[in-house]
Design a protein around this ligand. Structure first.
Ligand code: GLP
Length: 240
């Protein structure tokens, strides 16, 4: 695992977006794994800017998002589908027929999980997986547990995740369950880029980089990946 320390979130977004843009320019039909949350938002802005300037086309790119809340339809403002549509897909010329998402439907969602894993494999695997990290070390919605997951599954969210994310739910309570790609799906990506900024991530960053690899800090497994880079700022690097 490579650790890149940069001054702030803007510098990180420049570095991460350049890697994505370069990859897509070399391979226009690249498969990109995207993440939600505050961490990738600046990077998405840089991708939109590059698209607007005609520096890159995402038209042939296939995407797989990491996770979705259970019980939120796509049109719900809190769904991750809505988030991606607003923050990237509709503004950077993505082809929605190549956008893949886990279903948030409580019934359909579980049966879609297996299919989602197969779809990733059929697309040739993920070229770049973008990640954030939870304050408890989660990646996607893989919460700390006694073992690492493999394929996509339904997860009960940790108390700390509900505490961190419920600020976004102003009109309804935050769902207690979600569907997520498994740790195995993430680890099968050819390249992984993780963004962690701000003091609230300092503990997770320390565990990820320094503690032994353990499913109690799911992000620590990235140390076993041959091409994973974590981008941190001064605040999230504070405990290192
Ligand atoms: C969320 C998402 C993750 C995200 C993480 C950090 O719960 N499921 O994919 O990386 O938590 O979020 P943020 O970037 O807002 O700190």
């Amino acid at each position: 695992m490579e650790v890149v320390l940069l001054e702030n979130a803007i510098e990180i977004s420049r570095a991460v977006s350049s890697i994505i843009i370069e990859t897509v320019r070399k391979k226009p039909a690249a498969v990109l794994g995207f993440a939600t949350g505050a961490s990738p938002v600046e990077t998405y802005k840089r991708l939109i800017e590059a698209y607007e300037k005609g520096l890159v086309s995402f038209r042939d790119v296939t995407t797989f998002n990491l996770d979705e809340y259970c019980g939120l339809p796509r049109e719900d403002k809190n769904s991750y589908y809505y988030f991606m549509k607003e923050n990237l897909f509709s503004k950077a010329g993505f082809d929605f027929s190549k956008v893949n998402f886990l279903s948030g439907d409580p019934e359909e969602g579980e049966s879609c999980c297996e299919e989602y894993g197969k779809k990733i494999a059929a697309a040739g695997g993920i070229d770049i997986q973008l990640l954030g990290v939870g304050t408890n070390g989660h990646i996607g919605f893989n919460e700390p547990s006694d073992s690492f997951s493999d394929g996509p599954f339904k997860v009960r969210l940790a108390e700390s995740t509900i505490n961190s994310n419920s600020k976004y739910f102003t009109e309804r309570p935050m769902p207690a369950y979600a569907f997520t790609m498994g740790v195995g799906d993430i680890m099968r990506a050819k390249k992984i880029l993780l963004i962690a900024t701000g003091e609230s991530k300092a503990k997770a960053v320390y565990s990820m980089v320094k503690d032994p690899v353990t499913p109690h800090c799911p992000a620590s497994i990235l140390r076993n990946h041959p091409d994973a880079t974590i981008f941190i700022d001064r605040e999230s690097a504070k405990l290192l």
